[in-house]
Design a protein around this ligand. Structure first.
Ligand code: CBF
Length: 829
């Protein structure tokens, strides 16, 4: 290897570089070969990006060996596969996680060091694949990793967005959006499969004729066709034992260019069809406030669902020959309603292409499909205008009508009243005739699950109350989880290392073994080491804050963190209003012994979500004043970090002392950030919402700060009529805060800026910020008191780590496997 020799010569000249040993040496040679022959760079001139690509390709080679072995093994066994359909896969960076799971982290570090390259430096250059928005997409990524870990053969199916979710910039305190260019340097992890392409039809008409036995035969003749081209990314499980596939579809036009138009001089028009086709896989969540935006969103959903079903049916037939055994060999999990059109598409494939009878096709569809609901928010439960579906997917609309007719007959036979029939119907007749995708997914699935115990119960009482009566037993709960590989080992190597030294390696294979840490919770020596790890993580975050915002924060202060999508129900507003109350109190009583706090916020607001954007602006306005007010004497700092994504989460979460999980009770389906924080030793301040309820059960009520109204109380107050004015009157600190915000104290150049936010709180307050403000504030002062006793704080933090093992996504996947998919799992390790 000429180039490799040259690199080593350079390394020798620098002579301080360590020599690589054993495995590291062969891995280094592989990296150098990749650099030379795949990247085409002489090591002497290679830049950090080149090394990153070479390392990624070297790692990929090792993963591919296991991938092929897994795929071959699965094929040979002839068993069932899980197909996880998701519009989002928030995978983030893959390098360190892959190295960790393959047991190559130390080897790679040593190999690179021997040629003068720092792994941590190049790893920071990896693009963050933001192919998701929030919890739902990150859950899909955690599930993919856990399925590979516990031995569930799986394909993840989604869209390969060229630009993913937008990049958030904060300009003068306001959010602006720009495209995220994650593919700028190419994507070393994926394999384009140009040979795996399916035709996806849109529009046109359905031709009906008579079949040989007199039955009606339907042929859909689409007016337009788009190609779905596969891109495969291997997903490696813990210890590299099994590797599954994430197959993402890219949209292509069958005709790249209209040559006639081009030659006639219409150079732009010649590309119109192509642009239209490719727009399908351009961005995640195009704004759907316009009819064109809605149509694009529906196109995206049908595009990836149809391609995925065609793909898995083809695989099934190739291997098992017989379509009737599909449900024995394939479990399709719908991640939310986005892929719900799968119910109609699978029916179409079975009836129109495989000539199955309606009854057989429907039974097979139901046995194959199951659906996860992730929200009770009515605006997030998708529905499509009937005319849109009729135009874009005419055959599917016919099938939906036919399914609906049968379901309603079944419901009537089960004793449903007229009101129940209206609620169970897939067609919402009340809002300009819309197709309810949640109902379609529900009736087409054998199991429907919620994502926390509370959420699943609320599903039965609210959105799916009547469907639950007609189809009892179909709703089940599968509490979410997070992968401890990414969220402990990779994100917090300091803590993972300390745990290994203290309780051994068992927890690496089985997170529930973290419980062995409990006896150390009060051990002063262990507490010191635990606190030192936290301090180092906080110093790292402090550096990020300084570099990003130019703001200096003290790692010794209490780091109080709220990072998540910006949404009114998540109540970042409650947090910032309480921050202002604290600011006022510090200014009024400078003589008191205040606990220094750093308030960290991060999160994106949907581009068209104006009130959430105003909350971002308010946080930044408050930050501007508080951070420069000498009267505060550095006792309070506020930092809004822009462009929250997985990589930023990996820096923020291990550094948190306090995790804010303060949604209006009954509105957060589960939350998974809450789990990541607690696993990393942050204490939670939260409402009894989503998985917070089960977290309290696991970590113990003494080790979590629960405040505020319960879901039942929220419902009762809403039913009775909210009275925010009375709440404000009863709490002078709150009144003072709202007065200040509303009169422009934090926006002197534009005093009316936050008037709307305050008016909304005073007059309506749907999210019950004013109802919970007083108890939230009181709880924050109890937290201050506990912070003053470090041994007591640390004990609780350690107990949180020890007791969070149950929230591993390995456990969640085992639950899905046992109770929904009917698949065995294996023990890890
Ligand atoms: O279940 C995963 C997550 O999904 C959401 O993010 C969603 O998009 N519906 C919910 O808001 C979270 O509560 C939930 O944890």
């Amino acid at each position: 290897l000429y180039a490799a020799d040259a690199a080593l010569a350079v390394a020798d000249e620098a002579s301080a570089l360590p020599e690589a040993t054993g495995d590291a040496r062969s891995f280094r040679d592989l990296i150098l070969a990749k650099l030379t022959y795949a990247v085409g760079k002489d090591p002497i001139v290679a830049r950090d990006h080149d090394w990153l690509r070479a390392l990624s390709l070297a790692l990929r080679d090792r993963i591919v060996d296991r991938w092929m072995a897994t795929t071959r093994g699965v094929y040979r066994m002839g068993g069932k596969r899980v197909y996880y359909f998701s519009l989002e896969f928030l995978i983030g960076r893959l390098l360190k996680d892959g190295l960790n799971n393959m047991g190559l982290l130390g080897t790679a570090r040593e190999a690179l060091a021997s040629v003068g390259v720092d792994l941590d430096v190049i790893a920071e250059l990896e693009a963050d694949a933001a192919l998701g928005n929030g919890g739902l997409g990150r859950l899909a990524a955690c599930f993919m990793e856990s399925m590979a870990t516990v031995g569930v053969p799986a394909y993840g199916y989604g869209i390969r967005y060229e630009n993913g979710l937008f990049r958030q910039n904060i300009i003068d305190g306001w959010q602006t959006e720009s495209p995220e260019n994650w593919l700028a340097y190419g994507n070393p992890w994926e394999f384009p499969r140009r040979e795996v392409a399916y035709e996806i039809g849109f529009g046109g008409a359905v031709e009906a004729s008579e079949g040989w036995d007199g039955s009606a035969v339907h042929a859909w003749k689409p007016a337009e066709t788009v190609l779905a081209v596969a891109h495969d990314t291997p997903v490696v499980g813990w210890r590299g034992l099994r590797v599954n596939t994430l197959r993402l579809w890219s949209a292509r036009s069958p005709d790249p260019i209209s040559l006639d138009a081009f030659n006639a001089g219409d150079h732009i028009g010649a590309l119109t069809a192509r642009t239209k086709a490719e727009s399908i896989s351009r961005v995640l969540y195009p704004a759907d406030s316009t009819p064109a935006g809605q149509e694009l969103r529906l196109r995206q959903e049908y595009f990836f669902t149809s391609a995925s079903l065609q793909d898995l049916v083809r695989r099934h037939l190739k291997q098992h020959r017989e379509i009737r055994t599909l449900a024995q060999k394939a479990a399709v999990q719908l991640n939310d309603t986005h892929p719900a059109i799968a119910v109609a598409e699978l029916m179409r494939i079975l009836i129109d292409i495989h000539a199955m009878s309606w009854a057989d096709a429907f039974a097979l569809t139901r046995d194959t499909i199951s659906y996860t609901n992730h929200t009770l928010l009515p605006e997030a439960l998708e529905s499509w205008p009937v005319p849109l579906l009729e135009r874009l997917l005419p055959r599917h609309m016919q099938i939906i009508y036919a399914i609906n007719a049968r379901v309603l007959t079944e419901a009537r036979a089960a004793g449903a009243t007229d009101a129940m029939i209206a609620a169970v119907s897939i067609i919402d007749e009340g809002h300009g005739r819309r197709v309810r995708m949640g109902n379609l997914a529900f009736v087409g699935s054998h199991k429907v699950n919620g994502v926390s115990a509370l959420h699943s119960e609320l599903m039965k009482e609210t959105v799916f109350r009547d469907l639950n009566t007609v189809f009892p037993g179909r709703i089940t709960n599968k509490t979410n989880g997070i992968t401890p590989r990414r969220w402990l080992m990779t994100a917090n190597p300091g803590l993972a290392g300390l745990l290994r030294e203290t309780i051994g390696e068992g927890f690496l294979d089985d997170a529930e073994k973290l419980v062995a840490l409990e006896p150390f919770a009060r051990d002063p020596g262990f507490q010191e080491r635990f606190a030192a790890v936290k301090h180092a993580n906080k110093a790292r975050l402090a550096k990020t804050i300084q570099q990003t915002l130019g703001l200096r924060v003290d790692p010794a202060a209490l780091f109080d963190v709220q990072v998540k999508r910006m949404h009114e129900y998540k109540r970042q507003l409650l947090n910032i209003l309480e921050t202002i109350a604290l600011y006022n109190a510090i200014r009024t009583h400078p003589e008191k012994d205040w606990v220094p706090r750093v308030k960290v916020f991060a999160g994106k607001a949907a581009a068209s979500y104006t009130s959430a954007k105003y909350i971002i602006k308010l946080i930044n306005d408050v930050a501007k004043m508080v951070n420069t007010d000498p009267a505060v004497r550095n006792l309070l700092k506020v930092a809004f970090l822009p462009n929250y994504n997985v990589s930023l989460a990996e820096v923020i979460i291990p550094a948190a002392d306090l995790s804010e999980q303060i949604s209006t009770a009954g509105m957060e389906a589960s939350g998974t950030g809450n789990m990541k924080f607690a696993l990393n030793g942050a204490l939670t301040i939260g409402t009894l919402d989503g998985a917070n309820v089960e977290m309290r059960d696991h970590v113990g009520a003494d080790n979590i700060f629960i405040f505020g109204l319960t879901a039942a109380e929220v419902e009762a107050r809403r039913a009775k009529g909210l009275n925010p004015r009375a709440n404000i009157e009863a709490d002078p600190a709150l009144a003072e805060v709202l007065d200040a915000v509303g009169s422009g104290v934090f926006s002197p150049a534009d005093p009316q800026r936050h008037r709307g936010t305050v008016d909304n709180l005073t007059n309506s307050d749907w999210f019950l910020v004013t109802d919970d403000f007083t108890s939230y504030s009181a709880m924050q002062r109890r937290i201050d008191a506990l912070w003053g006793t470090p041994a007591a704080w640390r004990e609780k933090a350690i107990l949180n780590v020890a007791r969070m093992g149950w929230f591993s996504s390995d456990r969640t996947i085992r639950d899905y496997s046992d109770e929904i998919w009917g698949l065995p799992t294996v023990k890890v390790g």
